[in-house]
Write a protein that binds this ligand. Sequence first.
Ligand SMILES: *Cc1c(COP(=O)(O)O)cnc(C)c1O
Length: 391
Amino acid sequence: MNIKSFHPPQRVLMGPGPSDVSPRVLEAMSRPTLGHLDPVFVSMMDEMKALLKYAFRTENELTMPVSAPGSAGMETCFVNLVEPGDKVVICQNGVFAGRMKENVERAGGVAVMVQDEWGRAIDPQKLEDALKANPDAKIVAFVHAETSTGAQSDAKTLVGIAHKHNCLAIVDAVTSLGGSRLLVDEWKIDAIYSGTQKCISCTPGLSPVSFSNDALEKIKNRKTRVQSWFLDLNLVMGYWGGTTKRAYHHTAPINALYGLHEALVILQEEGLENSWARHQKNHLALRAGLEAMGLSFVVPEGERLPQLNAISVPEGVDEAQVRALLLSDYGLEIGAGLGAMAGKVWRIGLMGHASNPKNVRLCLAALDDVLGRLKAPVQRGVAVAAANAHL
Ligand SMILES: *Cc1c(COP(=O)(O)O)cnc(C)c1O
């Protein structure tokens, strides 16, 4: 064998995640590894919790990164809050709520699915009706930012309905954190999980989570043990929780945490509201360019995510060939459709560090060229100018 070091090419990541990582984050990750109980590292953990509270807009004491990707944050919420027999109402308007169902059932719970059209926001009235029909429900769960379709739901209203019916609310904010308005305390969200590789501009592999006091009470008073040893918060809290002496649970991913710390410092420097506004501005510019070409959005205006733009593939165009040419000729990655939308849409991400005017122009110019070469029915030479009017 003569295998050499791996040197990945430089890409522009404009898909559904991972998104481009800030060079400052990559540099932070290359700093010297410390022991996971080193006092210097422990003080960095305290800063990390403060930074995550800032990003989530919460005072929740139990706010920390799970040592695994967004899917593990999802699982942390469900395995800790769902006890065998618990009924959980799940609003589904895309792929990720399907995974919530899997999680509920594997934790021994009963999932009641409330179906909405893919590409639309969740209909609060349907949740209200489902909770009236299921007065024994204990938890409501939904995805704030459906990355599979590009739709944004009204989390504040949905959480309000859950509480009116005495349910805890679990919210997936993997794609919303840092990219669009999210107020954990003001909206009274009980359990929330996110990811580092979308609008936080960090590498994949960590999942920030936060739990309200009501959620914490339920976790502490469980009648049965959490079925997952690794994700059992009663155990994890011995390392991440409170200000008491920290004990070994698992070896924290030290250098990955340096990266998240730096990513959150960058977010704090920019300001959370400014980050939301930047995502919105670049979305409007991209939108102007795409619409000038004659391409159309899947999600109706007013329900669109600024950080994930799902657009319909024009008739007769091989969507995979377009993505392949963007990657080979421009080093640009955009996303394919997922689940029911496979083959029908492209998903263009403008997430975190990647949400910038240069990427908006690059993507539009590259699409103009590639779609033109494939003789797709689009208006040529107008997209970048249309976007420029917004930048
Ligand atoms: C990406 C994503 C996840 C899963 O996150 P991973 O880091 O890939 O495990 C969950 N929910 C939503 C809405 C996502 O976009």
